[in-house]
Design a protein around this ligand. Structure first.
Ligand code: AP5
Length: 215
């Protein structure tokens, strides 16, 4: 299964990608998590990416595309993947198409998780993430088993720097301008699945799985 998760920042792409990657036994590839790991490790890529991420801007396409192309060529990605946060611009989508063509592969579905902006702003203020695996939690909607500790690896959860309210609004604007056109792009390819992301986490997963099953 080869999936793309599309949606505004905070729509629940990461949450659903984590569930779907376990269900379909394919890797969860999050460009945001890859950049945050690079920032944590102080790499050159991390330093460059941080400049953009902290401002709520997209990292330039040329820094993202090669990274994803390399990742898709790894052995574990042969059987499929859930792409979370990529592509985010039309040039990125075209670069992905070119790589897939080389591999003789194709994306099965692009899942668009739809959530209105006002719900997003509320959600982001309550989000905490695992600094090690990137798993997102929420103090109301996805509570960890032990207070402020990741269920998967026991790390203390943190607030992401780009989750400050002002930066969230900037990220939403960037999403509407640069990423939303991908809805039409994948719709015209006949692989778009749209789900109501305002349902609870389980409800959103059920809609996605039902839609993939029907296709
Ligand atoms: P990235 O990490 O991809 O951030 P994002 O797209 O802004 O998405 P988020 O991770 O903020 O949200 P999400 O949709 O995954 O929601 P989540 O599941 O966490 O990218 C960060 C930055 O990196 C970008 O701004 C950019 O600078 C750079 N970048 C990354 N990829 C790039 C690319 N391809 N090109 C250029 N730059 C790139 O859920 C949010 C919260 O809501 C959580 O607390 C969660 O528990 C809760 N929640 C989830 N689902 C529900 C639900 N159904 N009901 C209630 N609460 C819910």
């Amino acid at each position: 299964m080869k999936l793309i998760m599309l949606g505004a920042p905070g729509a629940g792409k990461g949450t659903q990608a984590s569930v779907l990657s376990e269900k379909y036994e394919v890797p969860h590839i999050s460009t945001g998590d890859i950049f945050r790991a690079n920032i944590k490790n102080g790499t050159d890529l991390g330093k460059k990416a941080k400049e953009y991420m902290d401002q709520g801007l997209l990292v330039p396409d040329e820094l993202v595309v090669n990274l994803v192309v390399d990742r898709l060529q790894q052995e574990d990605a042969k059987k499929g993947y859930v792409l979370d946060g990529f592509p985010r611009t039309i040039p990125q989508a075209k670069a992905l198409d070119a790589e897939l063509e080389k591999q003789g592969a194709a994306i099965d579905y692009c899942v668009d998780v739809e959530v209105p902006d006002e719900v997003i702003v509320d959600r982001m203020s309550g989000r905490r993430v695992c600094p090690k695996c990137g798993e997102p939690y929420h103090h109301e909607f996805k509570i960890p088993k032990v207070d402020n500790v990741c269920d998967k690896d026991g790390e203390t959860l943190i607030l992401r720097k780009d989750d400050e309210p002002e930066t969230v609004l900037k990220r939403l604007n960037v999403y509407h301008e640069q990423t939303q056109p991908l809805i039409d792009y994948y719709s015209s390819k006949g692989i778009l699945v749209e789900v109501d992301g305002t349902k609870d986490v389980k409800g959103v997963t059920e809609q996605i799985v039902a839609s993939l099953g029907e296709k």
